[in-house]
Design a protein around this ligand. Structure first.
Ligand code: ADP
Ligand code: MG
Length: 363
């Protein structure tokens, strides 16, 4: 197993808040972080040793980056996988391009999951108004049309029902290839984050419940209030996927829990996940430290939690509420340092800790 020792430099592709929190977790272990991003003065760059600003397909810039770092990981999926392939010629990239390639396309991702015998919502590829009309007949009446690539935080999604005018909707959506998914009547949305290193050590975090608003994560409840049998089922899915792809790094798996106890996989992310931010303040090892450990070939840390947690995203102008939360001694505030509080933009988050009372000794 290739060990990247403390003192080395971790290259992170992507310059947002996830990159920032990776850099912040890498520092106590003695690693420096270099960021490769297409935005100047991004959230991650404020806390990293160095930043290269270039397009994600700029071969020369990628080469320069590869020469300056000891291992590369990524914090978002919308990077051309060819760029990761290029990097892999010079430097170790964890996870590798194959996993990114699966996760960045909703059709490939769902095909892969179903081939493992794990269920997803019924879906069909959409390439025209005609294929949409045909697919709607088998998948309708209530569905979601999503772009196959480059969607995130509910962007590029259209809800479809009996009243939708399919041809008009398709023509206006202008999405290239799409995917039509059956709308799932779930009981809860849950997610599992799992880490694996090259030596095959693998540890999941406890499943959490996620509550979305306008297609964007709003609140995470950790742990999810679900039966042990459901926890085990969710973990089994996570183990199966990470073994199959021989994961090195982190994988987040979003799932729909149905009333009958069945679990459908919604989507995967080969990186730290918003639903794992609570782990910074409530777990022995945060998801960001775990990523650093996994990609550097170190033993994985414990995913045990010493507090229950409620994570609330601060989106757009919500960031102003730090002024209230700063007075709550059981809340930890994370502000990403982004300049403009644009609508829908993730600006920070709050983790409210709920330590089981019988375990506290008051001063
Ligand atoms: N097939 C579906 N059935 C019910 N709800 C869905 C479905 N697909 C997406 N959603 C809702 O929309 C949210 C965002 O969709 P998702 O596929 O996770 O895309 P994104 O990449 O934007 O996170 C989900 O977390 C869920 O709340
Ligand atoms: Mg999602």
């Amino acid at each position: 197993m290739k060990i990247i020792k403390p003192g080395s430099t971790i290259g992170v592709i992507g310059g947002g808040q996830l990159g920032r929190m990776i850099a912040l977790a890498a520092a106590p272990l003695g690693y420096k972080t270099h960021i490769f991003t297409d935005i100047k003065n991004g959230s991650a760059s404020h806390v990293a040793a160095k930043t290269i600003v270039a397009n994600y397909d700029d071969k020369k810039a990628l080469e320069r980056f590869a020469k300056n770092v000891d291992v590369v990981t990524f914090e978002f999926e919308n990077i051309p996988y060819e760029s990761i392939k290029t990097l892999e010629k010079t430097v170790v990239v964890r996870p590798g391009w194959e996993l990114l390639h699966i996760c960045q396309n909703r059709l490939r991702e769902k095909d892969f999951i179903n081939e493992l015998g794990i269920k997803t919502a019924p879906y069909k590829e959409i390439t025209s108004a005609k294929t949409l009309a045909q697919a709607y007949k088998t998948i309708g009446p209530k569905c979601i049309l999503k772009t196959v690539e480059f969607g995130y935080d509910g962007k590029g999604q259209h809800i479809i029902d009996e009243n939708s005018r399919l041809e008009k909707l398709w023509n206006e959506a202008k999405m290239g290839t799409g995917i039509l998914e059956k709308m799932v009547d779930f009981d809860k949305e849950i997610s599992v984050i799992i880490a694996r290193n090259e030596g095959g050590e693998v540890i999941p975090y406890i499943p959490v419940e996620n509550i979305h608003k306008n297609g964007v994560l709003d609140i995470t409840l950790a742990p999810a209030e679900i039966d042990l049998s459901i926890v085990e089922k969710a973990w089994e899915i996570a183990y199966k996927i990470s073994e199959k792809i021989q994961l090195v790094g982190l994988l987040a798996i979003e799932m729909f829990l149905l009333k009958n106890g069945d679990i459908l996989v919604n989507e995967m992310a080969p990186r730290p996940h918003n639903s794992g931010h609570w782990t910074i303040d409530a777990c022995i090892t945060s998801q960001f430290e775990q990523l650093v450990r996994a990609v550097c070939g170190l033993p994985l840390g414990s995913t045990d939690y010493y507090s229950y947690a409620i994570m609330k995203n601060l989106i757009g102008k919500d960031i102003e509420s730090w002024k209230e939360f700063i007075h709550d001694s059981d809340s930890k505030i994370h502000i990403y340092g982004k300049k403009e509080a644009r609508e829908g933009r993730k600006m920070g988050h709050i983790t409210h800790l709920v330590v089981p009372p019988d375990e506290i000794i008051e001063p």
